[in-house]
Design a protein around this ligand. Structure first.
Ligand SMILES: [Fe+2]
Ligand SMILES: [Fe+2]
Length: 289
C-alpha cells in the first residue's frame, strides 16, 4: 500500500511539473489580450443555441429569432456571472489551503491556479458589466453539516472539478462556434486553454484525496460523499436557469417558464451531455457509487 502511494505521488509530481511548465509557457496578459468593442450587436447569437435553456423545447420553435437572440444574450451574461461567483468561492478554498500541511505537493501549482483564476474572474466580470450592465446574483447553495477536514478538502476539490468541467463543456463549444462574435469566442477559447490544465490537475488531486480518505472513511461517509456530489451536479446545472434572465429577455411569467424548462426532457438530456465525462470519471474513481 505504501509503495502504491509513493508511485501515485511520483506520478502526481510529474504531472504537476508538466502543468506548471505549460502554465508558464502559455502565460498571457489578460488586460491586453482581448478586444472589447464598445457594444455588441443585440440581434445575434451570444451563446451557441444548442447550449441555451430553450434548446430542444417548444420555446425554441415558438419564440421569434430576435427573442431567442435576446435570450441568448442574457443567458450568456448569467453563464459568465456563474463563473465569477464560482471562481470567488474556489479561490477562497484554494487560498485557504496553499502551503498548509497536506498540500505541500500541489502548492507550487496552486500559485498558477490562483493567478489564472483571478484573471478569469476579471475578464468574465468585465464582459458582464460592459455588455450586460450587471453580474447576476446566485442563490446560496444549501450548506450541510461540516464533515471532517479531510472530507471537506475532498468535497472542495471535487466541487471545483465539477464546476470547471461544466464550464468547459460550454467554453469548448463556444470557442469554435463561428456564429459567435470574435470577442465571445476569444474569451471562451482562452478560458478553455487554461481550464484544460486545471481539470487535468483536479482529476489527479481529487483521486489522490479520495484514495487517502478511503483508508479511514466509513461506508456511510463514502455513501454521503457520493450523494452529495450527485446533488452538487444537479444544483450546478440548475443555476443555468435563472428567472431574472427570462425576465430581462422580456419573456412572460419567468418563474413558470423556468420551471417548465427545467422539467422538460431536453434539460435531462442537456445535463447528461454536459456531465458525460465528469460522471464517467466520478464513477470510475468510485466517488459516485
Ligand atoms: Fe477559470
Ligand atoms: Fe480553473
Amino acid at each position: 500500500m505504501v509503495s502504491e502511494t509513493i508511485d501515485r505521488n511520483d506520478r502526481f509530481r510529474g504531472i504537476l511539473d508538466r502543468l506548471a511548465t505549460k502554465s508558464i509557457d502559455d502565460y498571457y496578459n489578460p488586460y491586453r489580450l482581448f478586444e472589447w468593442p464598445d457594444r455588441l450587436d443585440e440581434d445575434m447569437w451570444w451563446m451557441s443555441p444548442e447550449l441555451t435553456t430553450t434548446y430542444g423545447t417548444k420555446w425554441a420553435e415558438t419564440l421569434t429569432p430576435q427573442q431567442l437572440h435576446t435570450l441568448s444574450k442574457h443567458e450568456s451574461i448569467n453563464f459568465y456571472s456563474l463563473n465569477v461567483h464560482g471562481i470567488r468561492e474556489l479561490l477562497i478554498e484554494v487560498v485557504g489551503r496553499i502551503h498548509t500541511a497536506g498540500f505541500e505537493t500541489p502548492s507550487e501549482f496552486f500559485h498558477h491556479f490562483i493567478g489564472e483564476e483571478n484573471e478569469h474572474m476579471w475578464f468574465f466580470a468585465e464582459f458582464c458589466l460592459r455588455y450586460g450592465g450587471r453580474i447576476y446574483r446566485q442563490p446560496a447553495g444549501a450548506e450541510g453539516a461540516a464533515p471532517s477536514p479531510k472530507i471537506q478538502s475532498l468535497l472542495v476539490f471535487a466541487r471545483i472539478l465539477i464546476f470547471e468541467e461544466l464550464v468547459d463543456h460550454f467554453n469548448s463549444a463556444m470557442a469554435v462556434d463561428e456564429r459567435l462574435h470574435e470577442t465571445i469566442r476569444g474569451i471562451n477559447r482562452i478560458h478553455h486553454q487554461d481550464e484544460s490544465r486545471h481539470i487535468a490537475f483536479g482529476r489527479e488531486l481529487v483521486d489522490l484525496l479520495h484514495q487517502d480518505l478511503r483508508q479511514t472513511a466509513t461506508e456511510q461517509e463514502l455513501d454521503d460523499i457520493s450523494a452529495y456530489l450527485r446533488r452538487y451536479m444537479k444544483h450546478s446545472f440548475d443555476s443555468l436557469y435563472h428567472p431574472q434572465v427570462y425576465r430581462d429577455a422580456g419573456l412572460e411569467q419567468p418563474h413558470e417558464l423556468r420551471r417548465a424548462l427545467m422539467e422538460s426532457p431536453a434539460r435531462a438530456e442537456a445535463e447528461q451531455r454536459t456531465f458525460r465525462k465528469t460522471a464517467k470519471y466520478l464513477e470510475r474513481t468510485g466517488l459516485i457509487r
